[in-house]
Design a protein around this ligand. Sequence first.
Ligand SMILES: NC(=O)c1ccc[n+]([C@@H]2O[C@H](COP(=O)([O-])OP(=O)(O)OC[C@H]3O[C@@H](n4cnc5c(N)ncnc54)[C@H](OP(=O)(O)O)[C@@H]3O)[C@@H](O)[C@H]2O)c1
Length: 253
Amino acid sequence: MKDALGSVQSVLVLGGGSEIALATVRRLVTGRARTVVLGARDPERVRSEVDELRRAGAATVDAVRFDALETETHGAFVDDVFDRHGDIDLVLVAFGVLGEHAVSETDAEAALAVVRTNFVGAVSVLVPLAARLRRQGHGTIVVLSSVAAERARKSNFVYGASKAGLDAYAQGLGDSLAGTGVHVLVVRPGFVRSKMTAGLRPVPFATTPEGVAEAILDGVRRDAHTVWVPPFLRVVMFALRQLPRPVFRRLEI
Ligand SMILES: NC(=O)c1ccc[n+]([C@@H]2O[C@H](COP(=O)([O-])OP(=O)(O)OC[C@H]3O[C@@H](n4cnc5c(N)ncnc54)[C@H](OP(=O)(O)O)[C@@H]3O)[C@@H](O)[C@H]2O)c1
């Protein structure tokens, strides 16, 4: 339960090794968060982050195995986290894969890996999560979407389609949960310099995991339903969305 000052005290991260999520959690722990659960494919790989968060003041930091692709385990995973740690104030749905578009455009298994992780895996875990949060009567779900969700571009439409599905689902979930005390915040970053984009040429106005963390925490404080990072990408993407398809098709983006 948030404390008397409205500060988040407990956080669950799905995609516990995400640089964006970890930047957000570091700031929460520097604030008043005391319980952190990192759901990661390989909990051993977030061991140093667990130690760091403990040193920063978190009383409980738990690294638990979570794989978005193992959808049959998601219900039990959610029950286990809530049964052992009690109320969760903030859930960060931060796992995701970019894939290699040149491969996923022509290889069905590669395309399915992106869609299964980013969309199917997220829906699978959001169903039991939303049910638990609805029951507890409060909490915020932060969903890492992307500007890529706004209009699929030919250079990464598999990833874009997976995020568009996730984004639409999260918006609908937020509308459905209105009035229950549970909020959904959809976050649409542009290019973020993290391990997901390592080796890619940064586009103009690239941001950092810390920049996204700041926008997330501001959105959570305001009970916003959508944040764009940086904010003016909202205008850019609005303009791109209006372009007639023959023009959009010719753009090398
Ligand atoms: N970076 C960007 O430019 C950007 C832009 C817009 C949106 N986003 C979105 O923001 C979110 C966080 O990205 P990030 O920049 O923080 O990238 P990141 O550091 O690469 O984090 C992505 C995380 O997803 C985890 N993951 C991948 N497949 C998984 C699976 N099957 N089950 C569980 N976890 C899985 C990875 O786990 P491992 O540590 O085990 O690999 C990694 O910790 C993602 O949803 C991404 O799509 C990123």
